[in-house]
Design a protein around this ligand. Sequence first.
Ligand SMILES: [Zn+2]
Length: 672
Amino acid sequence: MRFPPIVPGFSQLIHGGDYNPDQWMDMEVWKEDMRIAKAMGINSLSVGIFSWTALEPREGEYSFGWLDTILDMMAAQGMKAMLATPSGARPAWLSQKYPEVLRVSEDGLRNQHGGRHNHCLSSPVYREKVQKINTLLAERYKDHPALGAWHISNEYGGECFCPLCQERFRQWLQRKYDSLDALNHAWWTAFWSHTYTDWSQIEAPSRRGETSVHGQKLDWKRFTTEQFIDFYRAETEPLKRITPNVPCTTNLMGTYPGIDYFALAKALDFASWDNYPQWTGYTKDDVPLAAETAFKHDLMRGVKQRPFFLMESCPSATNWRPYARLHRPGVHILQSLQAVGHGADSVQYFQFRKSRGSSEKLHGAVVDHVGHEHTRVNEEIARLGSMLQGLSGVVGQDTPAKAALLYDWQNAWALNDAQGLNNVDKKYFDTVMDHYRALWSQGVQLDILSEDADLAGYDLVVAPMLYMVREGLGQRLRAFVEAGGTLMSTFGSGYVDENDLCYLGGFPGPLRATLGIWCEEIDVLLPGESNEILYHGQRYRLFDYAEQLHLEGAVSLAEYRKDFYAGKPALTVNALGKGRAYFLAGRLEDGFMRAFYQDLLAEAGIERFELPYGCSLALRGEGEEEYAFLLNFAAEACKVNLSGVDALSGERLEAVELEGHGVRVLKRLKRG
Ligand SMILES: [Zn+2]
């Protein structure tokens, strides 16, 4: 299916980035910026992200003239603005006059003025001031032809431990639990005499106080997510009222652990995110990183189940990385079209014009300090700009996925907080990536879903380390399998419920009957240790975890070959209704994962492709409108035995030759 464009009526792929004209305030600079933007094929700029002081230099004294000029200049060349609300950083006068807007750290200390992203989300003064400036922006620009979308604040994150936030936490808990008995049970507070007898006794968990009550820590994280949702709703109230047809987003950060993005995304009109992979280019194998980046794009598409914006990326060196390495030739186009292939309807940068001073002065940009566009980086940006123009048919195209992978923030919070298993690193993300990589490397299109998602329409659901199984999920997975679906589950699953209370009566709790196994114990392998299994006569290494299973209807497909559990099942399958449920008891090396999934995909009837190592295939659209992105993340050239028509040149290709870091976009991809 095809979604309407994110910016209403604007059916091109967005190309642009964060622009800070208020750092320059010079008409000659601005004119030059517009000229260079045009030369680069840039059709959008994100403005006003940290501009509060430029807009309101003194309380109640406003200065919109510079922004009027910039938006007029953008409109004159047909560009769309991602117009930001300025709440990501605030004026010094605001912190000085109203210290309650300053965030309080976990240690109970109120921050001083400085930095950014450090306001209290509960502060009535901060909310009022944000609403006021947002109202003025919306009223002033509601009919401006350049207004394309609202960019709300910037990279929401962090926590505040001030008295206002603590009180809101208590109120949130009272609404959630109604009674202290219910809270004490959910948090299992009889442990260490932690039972609460009055709501006022409850505080946010912190290193100065509570660190051991897992249910409490989990609720604090959920509350923090709710704080951001509530703040977002307050921020966008005037925008939704005054400009109801202008879509709103806030830029997310992939797998950032502090906010449940599936929950936050419900409030957004569309998702957008900031992508900064540290490509090495030649000296190290970038293929695992390419898979990880693909996963994050799929996740950002998954939070809204529709195309998203790549709101920030870097065309050259990312200055805050330990080693601010340059992108090798071709890598900028490669990473940008990877995003588009996985569902992005934009390629946007941080930043358009490089700052002259302060901490972002050495961060890659479109306009470098040299001041003109005759640079190596600009040559690649301009080339990408014209490619994006040629690919405007991609806008709004969905990703046709028959396989889904469950990735869940609440599960990660509970799992990573558990004392037990591997306390150095639970390896949740690594395990998710083991499965994702095996599918990605075979060109399988995947949707990334939370535990709460609807599973209808999928043939395969992969659920790695589903430690927390929330109410209802066990039944839904069972129904999915009975109806003919294939479920892939792993070690570390079905331990706790939504309150982080262990399931009684045998793991994997609500998945036990579906998987046809009982997990009696789990062994943790030390770094460097491995067990092994035989699969189709081939030996494969197993590491990190070894769950100890009993078969309760399932059949063993492979057994451990070492240690006191040699001969016990390590890979099982249970036939249930019209479907099958698989269970893998430990982490297995990539060779096994690939071989195993090849069989599983054939059995489940899911399309796969034979691709050279490092080459990936991302599909958007269907039939005549299908676009196939072939992306080579290896530094060496490769040949892919797929034929189709080059979407940009119209050339018919019987096979695709890709240079190192090369990309081709095909239409009319021939199967078989
Ligand atoms: Zn606060």
